[in-house]
Design a protein around this ligand. Sequence first.
Ligand SMILES: Cc1ncc(COP(=O)(O)O)c(C=O)c1O
Length: 376
Amino acid sequence: MIPTSKPSTGKEELSAIEAVMETGWLGMGSVTKDFEAALEEYIGAKNIIAVNTGTSALHIALDGYGIGHGHEVIVPSLTYAASIQAIISTGATPVFCDVNEKDLLVDIKDIKRRITSKTKAIMPVHYCGKPCDMDSLMALAEEHNLVIIEDAAHAFGSKYKGRKIGSFGHATCFSFDPIKIITCGEGGAVALDDDEVAEKIRQKRILGIDKETWRRYRNERGWFYEVVSHGFRYHMSNINAAIGLEQMKKVDKFITRRREICRRYDTAFQSTDGIYTLDIDYSETAPFTYIIRVPGMRDDMMDFLKEKEVGSGVHYIANHTQPFFRQYTRGELNVTDRLWKEILTLPLYSEMTNEEADQVIHAVTNYIITASLTHV
Ligand SMILES: Cc1ncc(COP(=O)(O)O)c(C=O)c1O
């Protein structure tokens, strides 16, 4: 079975974990600091704060900017449940917005319609790795005094108009879970320019304890501590950071390979009737997932692919249809309602071979031929 995704880890990551174990300092420490420094350099970000998951990154970034009870945060319904739960965890209310048909990125016109006096933030999702229209979002933020908390879980290494995602904007949140472009086992990070908010987030990441971060970066523990703010236990361990540091040595290779596979898929599917590819420029996008739209055939195609030993998935079930999130739905989400039933995620991972990609292409196009024959 060709899986939909899988991590690319090897002996280097294992040796790095062993090295951390030999030091006896497994929790947050100097390796976490080294990982943050590697991320800062790669992204070109002033501050990177490593945390234990991408969901924590989103939550702590919102919290760091003071988003909470009585506030509204605009977020696409078509995203992972993590984006919505992060907003709810602050006490704020998620307000679902629609997406564009061509690339499944947030529809800026729809966002504008949903801004109220309670709106404090927008959480755009750089879906599949393609950056949202950041110029328009930043202009909107300026006009309405909003914060943009970018969900860049899919977009580590992507560029917007030549600049790496995370090197500009208010706050950008990455995920390093097992199937992301790079993994820490589990992990996440917030990238931001504002030193004051960054310091607040650093403190909140480790239970609101003053100076704890800086002491731990030297692998030191002291008996005296002061809790100076509300906080969480979201810090990243040396073990997870060690995996991430090794992955950083391979990141460009991973991205190049993922782009090659996506272009191979695009070439095959753009000439196949019944399949719609997303409008993505892979010279700027570091692709996390490869998604096609197959109106009227999605579920049958998934069954067929399974028979042919090709994994597939759905990213995502629209959140406004989820039992717990339905209470937050306001107004129409016409594009999302239609598209989430058409989207299909095909296998994509950094070590995928051309033969595997061709097996996927063959299975998908075979389904289309079989389906058209049975409809004649
Ligand atoms: C769009 C999006 N946001 C947030 C997250 C949360 O990241 P994590 O799994 O590291 O908590 C994910 C993870 O899959 C995601 O895809």
